[in-house]
Design a protein around this ligand. Structure first.
Ligand SMILES: [Zn+2]
Length: 335
């Protein structure tokens, strides 16, 4: 099948979603908390597509068993107004690998599963910390926190010297913690379309948020095809660059803007050498930050644009559909 208007090969879009933007400190490649498809939860991190990424394609994670060597909780109670306790995790293996990590939050008394919180893909040998999901703040009670780690062989990782579970008591609702930003541009002054060049984004179903991907996964953002070009991409709103990195799991060169509106905006597959900003830097709406590209896989050039509440790392599963947002912005796209 060809998608002449897409600017994105279907195969590329698959790889894109299998493992968007995942590294040791990024939560984006995680288990789909809403999914009941066993495939989705058990697939090992996919090897990056090879070929046209300019020789920078990283190694696939080794398919060796992993062991959970750290599972700690920074506080046993979460009081009103306090920062969420952190869960600290580490996996190790005899060769460098990666594993998908999920925190299961159960009722302390009944062990009934209440929430799943994805920690994304975690690399071996790296200490990772995540705040407990803000959703718990709205629900005082006693909880049991348990880790489920699927290693690259598709098996559950063993534990070594770590507890089976931690208890956490949430005392009273923290009224500010659970609000979700909406990022609904009503005036165009404070928001600018991210791609400034020939593009399309409305016309192809496969480019859309939650379009199906291989292994039962869902596309977590909106692709903006750029045909064969590498047009400038700009900050959609005022904010701070929270991170710039090469995502080994299909995202390629990636940056995230923490918007002043409390939405995190992710830009993936950026052209190598084109990124003009650094972590910590302030940006203004419309400020050029990079060029669209095709790093991270065998893609045709496009921008994978993703929106999640801050913090990016912890909120893969709270990503929102960017299409209504993008559709309201004046843009140069022809489809
Ligand atoms: Zn995409």
């Amino acid at each position: 099948m060809t998608l002449p208007l897409a600017g994105v090969r279907p195969s590329a879009a698959h790889a894109d979603e299998r493992t968007p933007a995942s590294t040791a400190t990024d939560g984006s490649g995680g288990l789909r908390t809403g999914s009941t498809t066993p495939d989705a939860a058990t697939s090992p991190p996919a090897p990056p597509a090879s070929g046209s990424a300019g020789g920078t394609a990283p190694e696939a994670p080794a398919r060796v068993p992993a062991t959970i060597t750290r599972f700690a909780l920074t506080a046993r109670t979460w009081k009103k107004g306090a920062a969420a306790p952190q869960v600290q995790v580490r996996i190790d293996a005899r060769r460098a690998t990666a594993a998908r990590v999920q925190l299961r939050i159960e009722d302390r008394a009944t062990h009934k599963l209440l929430f799943r919180q994805s920690f994304g893909t975690v690399r071996s040998g790296v200490d990772v910390a995540r705040h407990v999901t803000a959703r718990l703040a709205a629900k005082p009670g006693s909880y049991r926190l348990r880790l489920v780690v699927k290693d690259a062989t598709g098996q559950r990782a063993r534990r070594k010297g770590v507890p089976v579970a931690w208890g956490l008591r949430v005392t009273t609702p923290a009224e500010t913690a659970a609000t979700v930003p909406t990022a609904t541009p009503t005036a165009t002054g404070s928001y600018v379309f991210p791609v400034q060049g020939r593009c399309n984004f409305r016309s192809v179903q496969a480019q859309r948020f939650h379009a199906g991907r291989s292994g039962g996964r869902l596309h977590n953002g909106q692709d903006i095809g750029t045909y064969d070009g590498f047009p400038p991409v700009v900050a959609v709103t005022a904010g701070t660059i929270s991170r710039v990195w090469y995502d080994d799991f299909g995202g390629g060169w990636t940056l995230v803007i923490d918007g002043d509106d409390r939405m995190a905006y992710g830009y993936l597959h950026l052209k190598a050498g084109s990124i003009l900003v650094k972590a910590g830097q302030r940006v203004t709406p419309g400020q050029r930050v990079a060029n669209a590209g095709n790093t991270g896989g065998d893609y045709e050039p496009h921008l994978h644009f993703e929106m999640r509440p801050i913090p990016w790392d912890a909120n893969r599963d709270r990503a929102v559909d960017p299409l209504p947002f993008l559709s309201k912005l004046p843009n140069p796209c022809d489809g």
